[in-house]
Design a protein around this ligand. Structure first.
Ligand code: DON
Length: 584
């Protein structure tokens, strides 16, 4: 996580072009003093019109804030998306949508916009819809206010409370909202008394927040409902899309169309002077400045959001933008090869049938575009691969479409006797291993499995687990006389599976001729398959590099199975160089 920059008088004390940029916005737009304080809630006229703060929170939890980001104010209408989310979670989409629509009204926030036939408010961002949603949450009875405060607090990542003075001020003067609640009651859009619904609504509007909280709320929505700083879930991912959708079309009321065109971010404003905007999957923005335009939106807040969107290219609609190709590379199995050293006969068998196993390195998002790219390549292949490896190491996110595609691909491969092999997939993807789907942590392991499987399918004899010394690759070309001269000078080792045979850093002294079992060579400091350099088996040799380099061992060698080796000391080789050059 990136540490938040230290901000002093609007300037970061450490180098931060981001904070400098935000400070410039503060200076540029701080000069605007158009607009007026909301006065229909008397207590709001006590706000300081000079207050001005900007905060951005990224999804990896970096917080950039300049100006008056810690001044408290009430959340007002910016509470509406949060309560809508809570209602969706508590009652489910269908029940909520019977009582509040999702159509933009284009009307001011306090308009009584009800659908002509049903009487349902047209959307949850205008007061009528928000009071209907508060009514739904209020069905939880006494616990409803604490449920609501707990949820809001999880969004902000700190305990939020109410501004009692603002609450009372609106309660005592909010005749229009009270009338709206009674109207909703008259068309049976409330299951609680209108007074109960509107009271919870007044209370939610009076929750005290600051500008930083707004950016955190926005970034939580951008992050699919999980607060990116506390990592605590505020709302289920499944309802966030619905919340952001109505924010996009209705969040800025009668200015929603112009907002979408010029800023292009789901957003919500409040008459206290706050506004927050969400760039899904990227960041959240909060701005606070209490002077409002005629629509009840912060004048500077709107100006800052327009500038941020234009300067930083944050608009949701990005014509002409293309993402990196989802398939980074495609190979045949033989082109890559696992770290297991194969015998020449095995290598030839794998090479000649290499096209029967295809390897796709996928990057970025595993979604429909990746699915389409993989399936098109499979359809276009001259030889239909039966083993398909999808390496997910570089996949940052997989959506339902992408995972569904992997399962469908596995089923299709299974019906033609093949299998899907997935490597490097995050456990959160919840792919179940089966005969059709093989899962591996590392691509190297997946490749090894495919090579073994291909050799089996070709009916290739398994490599021997025991190769007598006399048949070993290193001595197979010696005549009996030479072999007889060499043999008495050799040593041997026998170890159990898991034992360390060579340790990185130790002095190198022998060449090892493996006569039984197999061993793996790992980069120093690791026993992990991720850093396997090679696997050698009976009939193969290791440790010969040390003879050439004359240094210390550079890797660890661990027995995979019970192992026997004949050892050829470097000292013997040195002696032979002078005494028996042909044998040497
Ligand atoms: O219901 C009201 O009028 C206020 N409590 C909230 C209105 C509001 O914030 C409108 N947003 N710009």
């Amino acid at each position: 996580m990136i540490a938040p920059p230290i901000v002093e008088n609007g300037r970061a004390s450490r180098v931060s072009p981001i904070v400098d940029y935000l400070s410039d916005l503060l200076a540029r737009f701080g000069e605007i003093d158009d607009g007026s304080l909301a006065s229909y809630i008397p207590e709001l006229t006590r706000s300081n019109p000079a207050h001005f703060g900007i905060c951005i929170v990224t999804l990896d939890g970096a917080v950039y804030e300049v100006g008056d980001t810690r001044e408290p104010f009430t959340i007002q209408s910016m509470s509406k998306p949060l309560t809508y989310g809570l209602a969706l979670e508590q009652l489910g989409e269908e029940a909520v949508h019977r009582r509040v629509g999702v159509e933009p009204s284009g009307d001011p926030f306090n308009e009584i916009s009800l659908a002509p036939t049903t009487g349902a408010p047209v959307n949850p961002m205008i007061n009528a819809g928000a009071i209907a949603c508060a009514g739904m949450v209020a069905e939880r009875g006494e616990e409803s206010l604490s449920l609501l405060l707990d949820a809001y607090s999880r969004y902000a990542g700190r305990g939020l409370g109410s501004d009692e003075a603002v609450y009372r001020s609106e309660r005592d003067t909010g005749h229009r909202n009270r009338a709206i609640a009674h109207l909703l009651g008259s068309v049976e859009m409330l299951k609680v008394a209108p007074e109960v619904a509107v009271d919870l609504y007044f209370r939610q509007c009076a929750v005290s927040v600051d500008c930083r909280d707004l950016a955190l709320i926005a970034s939580t929505l951008a992050n699919g409902g999980m607060n990116p700083v506390t990592q605590e879930r505020a709302v289920g991912e499944s309802v966030v899309r619905g919340v952001l959708s109505v924010m996009t079309t209705c969040g800025m009321y009668d200015g929603a169309g112009d907002w979408l065109r010029s800023v292009g971010l789901p957003a919500k404003s409040g008459v206290s002077g706050g506004v927050f905007a969400v760039l899904p999957g990227r960041l959240g923005i909060g701005v606070y400045s209490p002077l409002l335009d005629v629509r009840g939106n912060s004048v500077r807040g709107v100006a800052v959001c327009k500038a941020l969107s234009a300067d930083l290219a944050l608009h949701l609609v990005r014509p002409g933008e293309s993402t990196p190709p989802p398939v980074r590379a495609q190979h045949e199995l033989g082109e890559l090869g696992s770290k297991r050293v194969r015998t020449p006969a095995e290598r030839e068998a794998i090479r000649s049938s290499s096209a029967r196993a295809a390897v796709f390195e996928v990057q970025g998002e595993l979604g429909f575009m990746a699915a389409e790219a993989i399936s098109r390549r499979l359809t276009d292949a001259t030889v239909q691969p039966e083993l398909v490896v999808v390496d997910m190491r570089r996949v940052s996110r997989a959506d339902r479409g992408g995972i569904g595609f992997l399962r469908a691909l596995a089923t299709a491969l299974c019906t033609v006797g093949g299998a899907l092999v997935v490597s490097g997939a995050a456990p959160s993807l919840e792919l179940e291993p089966s005969d059709c789907i093989r899962l591996f942590e590392h691509l190297d392991e997946a490749l090894e499995w495919c090579e073994d499987e291909l050799l089996d399918r070709l009916g290739h004899p398994h490599a021997p687990t025991v190769v007598p010394f006399a048949e070993h690759e290193l001595v197979a070309s010696l005549d009996p006389d030479e072999l007889a001269r060499l043999t008495p000078q050799l040593g041997s080792i026998a170890v159990e599976a898991g034992e360390l045979v060579v340790r990185a850093g130790d002095a190198a002294a022998d060449v090892f001729l493996v006569t039984r079992g197999s061993l793996s060579v790992f980069a120093p400091g690791s026993g992990s398959r991720a850093r396997r350099l090679s696997t050698v088996s009976a009939g193969m040799t290791f440790g010969e590099l040390g003879y050439v380099e004359r240094g210390n061992r550079t890797a660890n060698v661990v027995a995979d199975t019970a192992v026997e080796c004949t050892t050829l000391p470097y000292a013997v080789l040195d002696r032979l160089a002078a005494a028996d050059p042909r044998l040497h």
